[in-house]
Design a protein around this ligand. Structure first.
Ligand code: NAD
Length: 489
């Protein structure tokens, strides 16, 4: 049984209910998960509040940061355990989880400990514009008890991306992992206890959204802030629910990210980028590419090469050395993605690769498998080219001019990420600057420096995290003003 982690202890939820944690590779049961009741969420919030005002606040900044380094070291030491838990929950290739998810889980604690250790705040000394001399300086205080609501696509990575900076800034947290992927958040409780993080600083409550732990947590009156990663629609529901308490929110939401390929691009570089951005993690990456705009002279070449990549991907078990492509997260998500595969046919798209469910051996037949898919013939304004699918698929659409490409790339309610491929350095800068997105990559994809700002425009989110930008959300800035002597009022 996967348990809730409250006040430093593993506990069964008082709902008396449990739900199944299913392995998407073969539909087998990994474990039962104990669902938290409202009373458990209350307990977690109380524990987080006690720790916030007690032992956690009593630590000096350097001690707090040393503890976060110890958390990172312990994740590294137990990398095999985290890997096993993450791979079972998600079905992703071990290779991917071992170079992306788990090391980033540890890095998220080190990087933000360093950021917080080294950050300065503003100071003004001297005459203010109205002539009175004063010393003004800013203090950063922790926001308080932070609710962290997480998705299933990169469970440990995206959870620690919030927990790392929140704790580094002196907050305490209550994590609500996705019901699809509860294991690594639960396991992290063992790490916290092992390295001596005070009880109540890190809490985990399991369950669903509405009517369950997600709703109990995000509507709790004693939460000070909510940081959320997930679908735009869910983010909107949480903003509505949180408005009664006027809680600050950080929202990392969905995307429909474009890649733009100019005819002068190095096509090997393009293929290296698109192979990852369309198909990695079975297309379940918020930053992933689902729209590929290609300048007409290289359109056919890109379509052919991308279709070939899709055909070469080998679905199979995460530890099968011959396989490099996992299932979708669940049978439910498989049905959603397949409904878009059908819609693509209805909208006049041609699947030049994929378009359905692959034949799998009988021991994997109950897994959430899907074919990597490349479409041509879809219009830019088709639903398949406009709505987030969150699967290993893309529409490839030709364009002629740079201004047309920019119009197409920006013509979306979303604004998370984009990639542009060109060897023209002027165009690279010009085009990247004109994209209405939080992150624009040139000749690459998902190359992340955790010191840089991350977040989305439009329907892709509110706020920026990463580096010092995380401090804007996880701390309150207080200004202290001291009147300097020597002048009368
Ligand atoms: P989701 O919105 O369905 O669920 C996310 C979390 O919210 C889960 O823990 C869920 O239980 C909880 N939840 C659902 N309804 C809730 C409610 N009413 N109140 C409180 N909590 C609630 O998202 P998902 O399917 O887990 O993840 C996929 C989505 O996440 C995609 O849209 C993807 O683009 C997005 N995503 C965005 C980023 C980013 O950085 N912008 C990163 C990863 C994923």
């Amino acid at each position: 049984m996967i348990l809730n982690f409250i006040d430093g202890e593993y506990r069964e939820g008082r709902s008396g209910r449990s739900f199944d944690d299913i392995n998407p590779v073969d539909g087998s049961l990994i474990a039962k998960v104990s669902e938290a009741a409202r009373e458990d969420v209350d307990d977690a919030v109380r524990a987080a509040r006690r720790a916030l005002c007690g032992p956690w606040a009593a630590l000096k900044l350097a001690q707090r940061c040393d503890l976060l380094y110890a958390v990172a070291a312990e994740i590294d030491r137990r990398a095999e355990d985290f890997l096993a838990a993450e791979v079972a929950d998600t079905g992703k290739p071990r290779e991917l989880a071992s170079h992306l998810d788990i090391p980033r889980g540890a890095a998220n604690f080190r990087v933000f400990a360093d950021v917080v250790r080294n950050v300065a705040t503003e100071t003004f000394i001297g005459h203010a514009p109205d002539g009175k001399p004063a010393l003004n300086y800013a203090l950063r205080r922790p926001k308080g008890v932070v609710a962290v609501v997480c998705p299933w696509n990169l469970p440990l990575l995206l959870m620690t991306w919030k927990v790392g900076p929140a704790l580094a800034c002196g907050n305490t947290v209550i994590v609500k992992p996705s019901e699809e992927t509860p294991a690594t958040a639960a396991l992290l409780g063992e790490v916290m206890n092992k390295v001596g993080i005070p009880k109540g600083v890190y809490n985990v409550v399991h369950g669903f959204g509405p009517g369950s732990a997600g709703e109990f947590l995000t509507t709790h009156p004693d939460i000070d802030a909510i940081t959320f990663t997930g679908e735009t629609r869910t983010g909107a529901a949480i903003i509505r629910a949180s408005s009664a308490g006027v809680k600050p929110v950080s929202m990392e939401l969905g995307g429909k990210n474009p890649a733009v390929v100019f005819a002068d691009a190095d096509l090997d570089v393009v293929m290296a980028g698109l192979t990852r951005s369309v198909f990695e993690n079975t297309g379940q990456v918020c930053l992933g590419t689902e729209r590929v705009y290609v300048q007409r002279p290289v359109y056919e070449a890109v379509v052919q090469r991308l279709a070939e990549v899709a055909r070469q991907l080998k679905p199979g078990r995460p530890d099968d050395p011959a396989a490099n492509f996992g299932p979708l997260i669940s049978a439910e998500h498989q049905q959603k993605v397949l409904s878009y595969y059908q819609l693509a046919r209805d909208e006049g798209g041609l699947a030049v690769a994929g378009g359905g469910v692959p034949g799998m051996p009988s021991d994997l037949a109950r897994g959430a498998w899907i074919e990597p898919t490349v479409w041509t013939g879809l219009q830019h304004d088709s639903r398949v080219a406009r709505e987030e699918i969150f699967g290993p698929c893309c529409a490839v659409i030709p364009f002629d001019t740079e201004s047309e490409a920019l119009m197409l790339a920006n013509d979306t309610p979303y604004g998370l990420a984009a990639s542009v491929y060109t060897r023209d350095i002027d165009r690279a800068h010009r085009f990247a600057a004109a994209l209405r997105v939080g992150i624009a990559w040139v000749n690459t994809w998902f190359l992340r420096d955790l010191r840089t700002a991350f977040g989305g425009s439009g329907a892709s989110g509110i706020g920026r995290e990463g580096g010092v930008h995380s401090l804007e959300f996880y701390t309150e800035l207080s200004n202290v003003c001291i009147k300097l002597h020597g002048e009368s009022q």
